[in-house]
Design a protein around this ligand. Structure first.
Ligand code: HEC
Ligand code: HEC
Ligand code: HEC
Ligand code: HEC
Length: 384
């Protein structure tokens, strides 16, 4: 009996260590991304890379149709953003949108049998805002997305055949905790902070509000920098999200000897800086404007809509779809948007609601500890 137990223990040890050593096979490959000796290396496992390649294929585009002939705006009754497309281009885009967003439900995910011009379904109204948001991402934020030159973004970049993209976020009220215990909005393992116990909603302050993402002093002796540990924890939580969404190490963007230093960072960090501003604009100028018409099941626990973060487009790849150029087949999604009036109207309305939101989850840590930096400071440094 005793020897049987011994064998069991020995077997557990042997199998256990086999499992553990098996974790990192094949050995990771490393690519140097900065000066020698700075440790700016990207580690990758070829198995994981194969998975990422498989997950980032893109649907075949149908042949482009001529931009000549009558315009959609002249033929159809209720076309507000795509009016200057030819009828051929318009129909081709509708077919593509269906494949990207609602392949199973078809045209009627947005349309009703009574007529294509009717705005009966909220999904059609959201889709109209989404067209404008996509055009904006390509035209105004080309410093991040590459715009019309490519790779750019289409609906597929985020949706990938799903009604709602895989990675979205809403304000997080936090999980249950014993009464009287202050969670400080952290110390609970959360998906948003990539299973760390860092603050669990790094998105509201940084990807909706424009709280400063600066904390380090730039001089050896104290010269007025009031950045706190708490503030650093919020920033680290966001940075974990960056790394996780892009599938990269911190050193993809930073030289870790001086996280603050733009001179020692890689160009990717500057691109990320523009990305942060783009995401804020998507969430505030487009998605929050849909709050009023969204059904409750499309809202988060605090009643705000599902919003964009870095993972919505990137989905684990350093460039969405590994940098494949999709927008070249859909140039109408890459030009400046004509969509103006309807967006302006709802954004003025939900303002008080948004103030309430910032009051609740992100308030203490962000307003208390993050007031020492102004957004103009971050704008000028990032424009570097
Ligand atoms: C994901 C939502 C969505 C899907 C799916 C969709 N559409 Fe549309 N459709 C729209 C939006 C948004 C507009 C209005 C565009 C604008 O305002 O510029 C529109 C407008 C139209 C119009 C113009 C109607 C009018 O008189 O104003 C036609 C025709 C049309 N779609 C056909 C189709 C067809 C055919 C399909 C399926 C192959 C389809 N749509 C799938 C969102 C969608
Ligand atoms: C940057 C990422 C992103 C891009 C690009 C994008 N979407 Fe979305 N989409 C979202 C998010 C986030 C939501 C959830 C927010 C909401 O419902 O308002 C959403 C929701 C939707 C919905 C509502 C679906 C439902 O079931 O409630 C439709 C329809 C839609 N998108 C269509 C489109 C179309 C059409 C395009 C391209 C013209 C597009 N989207 C491009 C992120 C994106
Ligand atoms: C995709 C690029 C990227 C990755 C990956 C990334 N960061 Fe950052 N980081 C930035 C950008 C951009 C800023 C500045 C944002 C701003 O000013 O709006 C920043 C700011 C910071 C700051 C504040 C610097 C200061 O001036 O006070 C710290 C600290 C930081 N990052 C740490 C990290 C850590 C730790 C990781 C890995 C877990 C990481 N970062 C991963 C892009 C990145
Ligand atoms: C609307 C979709 C979209 C969103 C959202 C988005 N990105 Fe990107 N990102 C892109 C595209 C497209 C590229 C490729 C651009 C190119 O090749 O020039 C890119 C490229 C990058 C790169 C350059 C990668 C490299 O190594 O060259 C970084 C860094 C980056 N994104 C960081 C971020 C961060 C951080 C966020 C969130 C704050 C973010 N992105 C959100 C679409 C997006």
């Amino acid at each position: 009996m005793k020897s049987f137990q011994l064998i069991k223990v020995a077997a557990t040890i042997v199998i256990g260590s086999l499992l553990l050593t098996g974790c990192e096979k094949p050995p990771p490959e490393s690519v140097q991304r900065g000066y020698r000796g700075t440790g700016m290396e990207q580690l990758a496992n070829s198995d994981t890379l194969a998975e990422i390649v498989a997950a980032n294929t893109m649907p075949e585009a149908t042949p482009m149709l001529p931009a000549t002939g009558p315009k959609a705006g002249e033929i159809y009754q209720n076309v507000q953003v795509l009016g200057d497309l030819s009828v051929g281009e318009f129909t081709r885009l509708m077919a593509a949108i269906t494949e990207w967003v609602s392949p199973e439900e078809g045209c009627n995910y947005c349309h009703v049998n009574e007529g294509f011009h009717l705005d009966t379904k909220y999904t059609k109204k959201v889709a109209r805002v989404m067209v404008a948001m996509t055009q904006q991402a390509n035209s105004e934020w080309s410093a991040h997305t590459g715009g019309a030159e490519g790779p750019g973004v289409t609906c597929y970049t985020c949706h990938r055949g799903k009604n709602i993209p895989e990675n979205v976020w809403a304000a997080d009220p936090g999980g249950p905790h014993p009464p009287g215990v202050m969670t400080a909005e952290q110390n609970i393992s959360s998906l948003a902070s990539v299973y760390t116990s860092l603050p669990y909603d790094p998105f509201s302050p940084f990807l909706e509000d424009d709280k400063s993402i600066r904390v380090a002093g730039t001089t050896a002796l104290p010269t007025g920098n009031r950045g706190s540990i708490k503030q650093t924890e919020w920033i680290y939580s966001l940075m974990m999200h960056f790394s996780d969404s892009l599938g990269v190490n911190c050193t993809h963007c930073h030289n870790s000897r001086a996280f603050y230093s733009w001179e020692e960072s890689s160009p990717a960090r500057v691109q990320a800086w523009h990305g942060i501003r783009m995401v804020r604009s998507m969430n505030n100028d487009y998605i929050n404007a849909t709050t009023d018409w969204l059904p409750d099941h499309r809202k988060g626990p605090l009643g705000d809509p599902l919003k964009v973060n870095c993972g919505t487009c990137h989905q684990g790849a350093y460039k969405p779809l590994l940098g494949k150029n999709m927008v070249k087949d859909y140039p109408n999604l890459a030009r400046a948007t004509l969509y103006q009036a309807p967006a302006a109207e709802p954004t003025t309305e939900p303002e008080p609601e948004m103030e309430m939101e910032t009051d609740s989850p992100a308030e203490d840590a962000t307003t208390v500890s993050m007031t020492n930096k102004t957004s103009s400071a971050s704008a000028s440094a990032g424009a570097y």
